[in-house]
Design a binder for this molecule. Structure first.
Ligand code: URP
Ligand code: ZN
Ligand code: ZN
Length: 461
């Protein structure tokens, strides 16, 4: 009988395809066998636990500078929090500075992350301009492991105009790349914001009004039109409205290669939290796109039920209340936008997705792990439990009861928007490349084995 470095015995294996009771044999950091009665130098009893491929979070922002500050989570704390919540791969962004080449910005981002990551990471490349050297550089990004490009339709200094969006989409399509888009129509946001300012409605609780649902809807319509005659895979990030999700779904039915991502905050949080609470709470909940009407939570869950969402990212972008969010209490435009969420994405989708009857186990793994891995060219190395895959494995106790509190989390931030939620089901062990990294919510190893992952060709799912 073969001897493995580690055997995970008797768990309920959950993949995007099926649920089976089986052992996993691990050798040299990889899954070496799936079967029964495997023998190893060490054994972990997984009886009663779900055994999953670690979560893949395709949308995080660690160590990201803004005009006035920096996200509170860096690579070290962000990847630590991810691992504690059962996520074993994150995909972050390279945001080149004005005048900086894509390859230089990539090198700098990799240097920051180097030796600071508890789990593997990959990168998307943000495109802010269409200078010839930028478009040329997109062509060789693939060799460097970058196959997804991110564009913004809003944010000063980041947004691309109509013509430039078209140019980037066409370029990405021509090289078999994928474009991610932050879709909110900037003109409409400028108008609504100006009106609120004129009326002296600058308190953080007015923020959601400044970025209406219509802005997302218009931008999604526009991006679908712009990509109509290309074979681009268009991945629309952080969809916050059921209407925009419907538009994406219709485009898919019309044969377009378009993918919908949503985030836990758009499924579980809403605008009522602004009106019922104080300015500080309002500031803490500012993110773009903003939280919507309460009815949208249920409407987006219905979209999940109908398989209209292909990927769930956290859009983790953390800023502390003190002093970061608090710095903008007199004017919502000064509040740094973004929410923490990398640590709770997988468990939130279990309690409110699986236990609430919106997802079965394979669908849960598909949305939180396998599909993001496939879309961004990391499958089956990541997001699968097949022989040869990296041994990034999560043991998940489906009955463990947890009341969310900021103090139990490992994110470097002084609040969580999910405080008080009651969860049933939580990760109890995270194994990274065959090494037990987290046990019962705490790091048990010093090994920061995370390294840069080169993405292969994106896959339309
Ligand atoms: O408010 C957010 N979501 N901040 C992060 C950047 C982005 O737009 O995804
Ligand atoms: Zn965004
Ligand atoms: Zn984001």
């Amino acid at each position: 009988m073969e001897n493995f470095d580690l055997v995970i015995r008797g768990g309920k294996l959950v993949t995007d395809q099926k649920v089976t009771i089986s052992d996993l044999g691990i050798r040299n950091g990889k899954i070496a066998a799936v079967g029964l009665n495997l023998l190893g130098k060490e054994t972990i009893d997984a009886n009663g636990f779900l055994v999953l491929p670690g979560g893949i979070d395709p949308h995080v922002h660690f160590q990201m500078p803004t005009a006035t500050t920096m996200t509170s989570d860096d690579w070290f704390s962000g990847t630590r929090a991810a691992a504690c919540g059962g996520t074993t791969t994150v995909i972050d962004f390279v945001e080149p500075e004005m005048g900086e080449s894509l390859s230089e910005a990539l090198r700098k981002r990799q240097a920051e992350a180097e030796r600071n990551c508890w789990i593997d990471y990959a990168l998307h490349m943000t495109i802010h301009n269409v200078e010839p050297k930028t478009l040329q550089a997109m062509e060789y990004m693939q060799e460097l492991g970058i196959t997804s490009f991110k564009v913004y339709t809003t944010y000063e200094g980041m947004k691309l105009n109509q013509n430039n969006l078209r140019i980037v989409f066409e370029k990405a399509a021509s090289i078999g790349g994928l474009c991610m888009v932050h879709a909110e129509a900037d003109d409409l946001i400028q108008q609504t914001t100006a009106q609120l300012i004129k009326e002296k409605k600058t308190d953080p609780s007015w923020f959601p009004e400044s970025r209406p649902a219509q802005a997302e809807i218009e931008a999604v319509i526009n991006c679908i039109k712009l990509t109509a005659n290309t074979n681009l895979i268009l991945y629309v990030v952080h969809l916050s409205t059921s209407a925009a999700i419907e538009l994406v779904d219709q485009a898919r039915k019309d044969g377009k290669n378009i993918i919908a991502e949503t985030c836990p905050q758009y499924l579980l949080l809403n605008k009522n939290l602004f009106t019922n609470n104080d300015q500080v709470t309002a500031a803490s909940l500012i993110c773009s796109p903003p939280l919507r009407e309460a009815g949208e939570n249920q409407a987006i869950w219905s979209a999940v039920d109908e398989e209209k969402i292909q990927s769930v990212g956290s859009d983790h972008c953390s800023f502390t209340i003190d002093p970061q969010k608090r710095s903008g209490l007199d004017d919502f435009r000064k509040v740094p936008g973004g929410l923490p969420g990398v640590e709770l994405r997988l468990p939130l989708l279990y309690t409110f997705g699986v236990r609430a009857g919106h997802l079965n186990l394979t669908e849960w793994v598909r949305l939180c792990s396998s599909q993001p891995a496939k879309i961004f060219g990391l499958y089956p190395q990541k997001g699968s439990l097949t022989v040869g895959a990296d041994a990034d494995i999560v043991l998940f106790d489906p009955e463990k009861e947890v009341v969310v509190q900021q103090t139990m989390l490992h994110e470097n931030v002084d609040y969580t928007p999910y405080a008080g939620l009651k969860l049933t089901g939580y990760p109890v062990m995270t194994i990274v490349k065959g090494n037990v990294l987290v046990k019962d919510g705490e790091l048990v190893s010093e090994k920061k084995t995370g390294s840069f992952l080169k993405c292969n060709q994106p896959e339309f799912v």
